[in-house]
Write a protein that binds this ligand. Structure first.
Ligand SMILES: Nc1ncnc2c1ncn2[C@@H]1O[C@H](COP(=O)(O)OP(=O)(O)OP(=O)(O)O)[C@@H](O)[C@H]1O
Length: 238
């Protein structure tokens, strides 16, 4: 795929609050090129989660334009927007959000089943995705039987199992120790490249900046600048 995976222009979003409205995002411009790994960073409360929720189609913007893989999700009917999200977007959250009563393989199969895949095809794809995150041997375990790093790898497998063109991650390493966080990022980056996905990652974790192709700095609801990671942010990506 060529061109922009994400194209936001002048995006604005406010929330109601006791003291009037809070302007969470105000005039944000962001372009994420197809196939790149873009990090979105900035101080707490500057609007990162709100902006990626709009990009992922789980929140509607108030103003501006936003095209995801060439489509403006706000112009679609709710059922069509959900179908688009399920098919083309993968999510990785800070809390792994795995279903505790399902095995790792069943958790990873969920997006395939929601997209209408047959049970056998979903199970096969889930096992392949677990093998890609080096957890094939743990497919039959439930989340409580896995370490935090392994649970996050199951969550990665679930995010990529259906081959989404865009993977959106909100603080994917914040619940992990440094070593495990680096391993998870290395895997996420490799999977995104192998599967030709675009990766948009919100993070506070400076130690993983080296995994970004470009970093967008946000403050006060706006994107201030976009650039390559500085050399002193870390060593080169293996
Ligand atoms: N549902 C909501 N209702 C009211 N205000 C909200 C809501 N969600 C976020 N806000 C406010 O909008 C602003 C932006 O919040 P947002 O969560 O997008 O920031 P953030 O950069 O992701 O923060 P953090 O890094 O702490 O997660 C903050 O002032 C926050 O308090």
């Amino acid at each position: 795929m060529t061109g922009a995976a994400v194209l936001c222009r002048g995006v604005g979003k406010s929330y109601p609050s006791a003291a009037g409205r809070v302007q969470a995002v105000s005039g944000a411009d962001l372009e994420v090129r197809a196939g790149e790994v873009m990090f979105l960073v900035g101080p707490s409360g500057c609007g990162k989660t709100t902006l990626i929720s709009i990009i992922a189609g789980v929140l509607r913007r108030d103003t501006g334009e936003c095209r995801i893989l060439g489509t403006d999700l706000d112009t679609l009917a709710p059922a069509a927007a959900s179908a688009f999200r399920r098919r083309h977007i993968g999510f990785v959250f800070q809390a792994f959000n795995l279903i505790p009563t399902l095995t790792a393989q069943e958790n990873v199969a969920v997006p395939m089943l929601l997209n209408g895949a047959a049970r056998s095809a979903a199970r096969r794809a889930a096992l392949e995705a677990l093998e890609a995150v080096e957890l094939g041997a743990h497919a039959a375990k439930r989340p409580s039987q896995l370490s935090g790093g392994q649970q996050q790898r199951v969550a990665l497998a679930r995010a990529i199992v259906h081959g989404p063109a865009l993977v959106v991650c909100d603080e994917p390493t914040s619940a992990l120790d440094h070593h495990t966080g680096m391993e998870v990022m290395r895997l996420l980056r490799r999977l995104a490249h192998e599967r030709d996905s675009t990766l948009l990652v919100v993070t506070h974790d400076h130690r993983i900046y080296e995994f970004a192709d470009r970093i967008a700095e946000m403050d006060d609801g706006r994107i201030l600048r976009v650039g390559a990671p500085r050399p002193n942010d870390g060593s080169t990506v293996p």
